[in-house]
Design a protein around this ligand. Structure first.
Ligand SMILES: Nc1ncnc2c1ncn2[C@@H]1O[C@H](COP(=O)(O)OP(=O)(O)OP(=O)(O)O)[C@@H](O)[C@H]1O
Ligand SMILES: [Mg+2]
Length: 173
């Protein structure tokens, strides 16, 4: 059995950072400031009726805060893909959205069973979606590449038999 201790330093990890935002992202990660607004959402396994509520919650909140439509769209797309992935590929989990003056950081933490090969999971077209997930219209293997394209940072930590943690960071302007 793998040892899935929280923040296990040798757990496989993937990072994508928008080169134009690397400095700001690293500074944020180092300083760990307190968020202005925090939103929580539960994501149940295979619950495609409610999966998506967390990301629309985020979208509505950011809209009220005056985030511009294009940034809003990119955040909503990334958040939705990550939320559906928890419902479709894990035993369920939660999302925590931390909203700051200039950006949003969303963390998805699920109950496993994890991703055996994160680089492979990032490959456009790769999917392990089962028949039920495909019947719901998912499983094209485009979700993670789509998050990478739309977010300023994507961080994935996982291992076969362990929970998966996904971080998405996007700046507002
Ligand atoms: N939270 C997760 N837990 C376990 N495996 C995951 C998780 N998220 C993604 N994966 C794995 O990564 C693969 C690729 O994910 P991706 O979102 O790119 O495509 P998909 O969900 O299969 O299809 P699509 O997103 O296009 O509907 C998934 O098929 C699954 O094997
Ligand atoms: Mg997906």
């Amino acid at each position: 059995m793998p040892d899935c201790a929280v923040a296990k330093p040798d757990m496989a990890e993937y990072w994508h950072k928008n080169p134009e935002r690397v400095e700001a992202i690293n500074k944020y990660l180092e300083s760990q400031p307190e968020a202005e607004v925090i939103l929580y959402g539960e994501i149940a396994e295979m619950d495609f009726v409610n999966a998506g509520k967390g990301s629309s919650d985020v979208k509505n909140t950011l809209k009220r805060l005056g985030v511009d439509p294009d940034t809003l769209r990119r955040i909503a797309v990334a958040a939705y893909e990550a939320e559906i992935n928890v419902a479709a590929h894990s035993r369920g989990g939660k999302m925590t959205s931390m909203i700051f003056d200039d950006m949003i950081h969303i963390i998805y933490e699920d109950e496993g069973p994890g991703i055996a090969d994160i680089e492979q999971a990032m490959t456009p077209g790769f999917s392990t979606a089962d028949d039920l997930v495909r019947e719901m219209g998912f499983g094209a293997g485009q979700g993670l590449p789509n998050i990478k394209k739309n977010a300023d940072a994507l961080h994935i930590q996982s291992e076969a038999g362990c929970p998966t943690t996904v971080d998405i960071i996007t700046y507002f302007a």
